[in-house]
Design a protein. Structure first.
Lengths: 286, 286
């Protein structure tokens, strides 16, 4: 890998650029973003070497193309770049929903004469977005998930090399089937996000401007609503492309909260605390 | 204040002892806990000077009595110590629910010949309990709420001094009416706890032993379930004594989650994110 094109130089894309640099990537990093301001920040922070206004040319002339925008933008790029990339290239991404992306990718990549494709998803992020918050260390101790195409031939050298870079960023990698990825992420990532959004929105509706509420809220409130700051622009695409799994997890939590509410004064409450205690006693990284 | 008796030397009680020592309290700190192990840890960590097996004598012979066990234990101590304490003494507490405590305290304290009483509640804590986790710094930058008795005469010197100590611990103090305290705390403290408990219990039910789920879960999951480790022994009393307000906040969140679930693919989702973003943009400490 001598040349990489990062399409989307927001928080994740720019963090990948910074992580490549920190790990002494010797090649060239091209960057493009639909928002010129983000692109400028990524360039000035050294996350990319060259800011381009022509993402297609940058992609076509790179060894690896990293799609790092919201899910719908990734789907569009897959369609657009599919006919243009060649079998000497690798396309990968960082989208949070892998079913739709893998399905679209399978039509465009991994076949004879087509570029290789390795859909990916780093389990890392922040509630703030934008290249100004990017960090080389963002991926340290995170898991970088891959959902290899079912149709794909044996891994190409670029695929192997990309996995090595990701490992150098400090990630453990894990391969999953796309459907299982989306189901698991609905529970461990999307549900926490939507609960934080709902709780924050509810509190804003009920207490906007109440200084006492703000003064009293401690670590519990800050943590449980931190993700309330997350941008709609990213999560809209997740909600649209993993709807069923997210709705399932939300419904299950609604029912669980109802159960707890109906048992605030019964011994069933102890069972809920016991289960919750057990969940937290289990180690998060086996 | 020359002598203080801390009844309940768990996380909060022992942290108060450590904070007093850090702030050069020159007097004697007596400690008692129904669990001899907790008492031993508090003593060995220097949170108390003297471990007693006779809490009544310690209370009667102290200037200030701090009740630092679960809410029901505080109610019992109020009843038991009411007739024994005198107008030269102050009784205070750290219970999370103030309506029940203030009502019970008003019967026993604040009248002619009775001890002064200043119910309190530091908005600080951890998901882990016990004196081994106590820290002098636990209260730094927190708010210590007080709900003075309606019947109370002007603040006694001990009351003023206790407020000064709390300020030295690093707290800002805020006085609230007990009913308003319980309503606000239902939303900013109890709701986050019960949501974390429900989410943790749900995930344990659904994914117990699933190594992939554990591996994938990142900061969002860890944060949103951290309070799942909280002890039933403490929260049972909160659930029993602030039931109505907690049930109201849980029901409101259930409805909000349902709304969000039904609008995963509509523009209403943007409204929820906008409100949530606004909540997080507001400062937590005015």
């Amino acid at each position: 890998m001598d040349r990489i094109a990062i399409l989307g130089t927001g928080l994740i894309g720019a963090s990948v650029g910074l992580a490549l640099r920190e790990q002494k990537f010797p090649g060239t990093i091209f960057g493009w973003d639909k928002d010129p301001a983000q692109l400028g920040i990524a360039l000035s922070r050294g996350a990319i070497d060259e800011a381009t206004e022509d993402p297609v040319t940058a992609a076509v002339s790179s060894d690896v193309v990293l799609l790092a925008g919201p899910v719908f933008s990734i789907l569009e790029w897959i369609d657009q770049l599919g006919p243009l990339l060649t079998s000497r290239q690798l396309i990968t991404d960082v989208g949070s929903v892998k079913g739709a992306i893998s399905e679209r990718a399978a039509r465009n990549f991994g076949g004879i004469g087509q570029a290789a494709c390795l859909p990916g998803h780093p389990m890392a992020g922040k509630e703030v977005h934008g290249a100004e918050h990017a960090e080389a260390s963002l991926f340290r101790d995170a898991v970088w998930l891959f959902t290899p195409l079912a149709t794909a031939s044996p891994a190409t050298a670029l695929e192997t090399e990309w996995r090595e870079w990701v490992t150098k960023f400090g990630c453990r990698t894990l391969d999953l089937d796309p459907a299982r990825h989306d189901e698991l992420c609905a529970w461990v990532s999307h549900l926490p996000q939507f609960v934080a959004t709902a709780m924050s929105a509810l509190l804003e509706d009920k207490f906007a401007g109440d200084a006492d509420m703000r003064a009293i809220g401690g670590r519990a409130l800050r943590e449980m609503t931190r993700l309330g700051a997350s941008p709609y622009s990213m999560w809209r695409d997740v909600a649209h492309t993993n709807t069923e799994a997210i709705a399932g997890s939300l419904l299950a939590l609604e029912q669980r909260l109802m159960h707890l509410r109906e048992h605030l004064k019964t011994p069933e409450l102890r069972d809920e605390f016991d289960l919750a205690n057990r969940f937290r006693a289990g180690r998060f990284r086996p």
